[in-house]
Design a binder for this molecule. Structure first.
Ligand code: PGA
Length: 227
């Protein structure tokens, strides 16, 4: 299985999300070659900001497209103002991005928090997508989707070279049954470089996912790889 994940971060609003969904779904609906691989060989996951999860999920109801959370609380539930728990998110998502470097950096997420989040995901049947910055970040045994995201490549337009990504995959010792994704300025112009190595199972996409046409081109390229 290949994966393409849109991470909108703390961007977009009701109006821009509505317009994104209208554009994206109208293009994808009519593309039978893309539609035939979705959920079969390619899992497409949209991760909007939490307040829009229900809206996005409902809007995509008729399509083989999944929703994911950008994070979940490391607490199970309780008096933790502002937190969105896995128990709540599970109504709207099948996946959750865990340990994104922006959260490690700006929200001071620790390895312990990340472990607790993975545990919460497990309890509530949410599949964690664990982000790692380099070989120093722990990959927990039961995680089956890992996204390597070198910090200098995120949001900079400076995507990492495919060889460097493959090298890191070796160092990370990714198991055979673990999907290995790349993230960091991945877009419709560069994903083939990674795909043709046969070592990269998909992408976690920030900036390029905000544009429905660019994101569709990424889906299209990935579906061709599958065809
Ligand atoms: P980017 O973000 O595609 O804008 O580099 C990727 C990410 O942070 O997941």
């Amino acid at each position: 299985m290949k994966y393409l994940i849109a991470n909108w971060k703390a961007q977009m609003n009701q109006e821009s999300i509505t317009s994104w969904l209208n554009k994206f779904t109208s293009i994808i609906r009519t593309d039978t070659s893309v539609m035939s691989v979705l959920d079969q060989k390619l899992t497409l996951i949209i991760c909007p900001p939490a307040p829009y999860l229900e809206f996005v999920k409902n809007s995509l109801k008729q399509l083989p497209i999944k929703t994911g959370a950008q994070s979940i609380s490391h607490y199970p539930e309780g008096k933790y103002t502002g937190e969105v728990t896995a128990k709540m998110a599970k109504e709207f998502v099948s996946y959750a991005i865990i340990g994104h470097s922006e959260r490690r950096r700006y929200l001071h997420e620790t390895n312990e928090d990340i472990q607790d989040k993975i545990e919460q995901c497990r309890i509530h049947h949410i599949e964690p997508v664990l982000c790692v910055r380099n070989e120093d970040d722990t990959i927990y045994d039961d995680v089956t989707i890992v996204a390597y995201e070198p910090v200098e490549a995120i949001g900079t337009g400076q995507n990492a070279e495919a060889e460097e990504v493959i090298e890191m995959k070796k160092q990370l010792n990714i198991g055979r049954n673990t999907a290995f994704l790349y993230g960091g300025s991945a877009d419709e112009t560069n994903i083939e470089d990674y795909l043709k190595t046969g070592e990269v199972d998909g992408f976690l996409v920030g900036t390029a996912s905000l544009d429905p046409e660019k994101f569709y081109l990424m889906v299209k390229k990935m579906s061709k790889e599958q065809g």
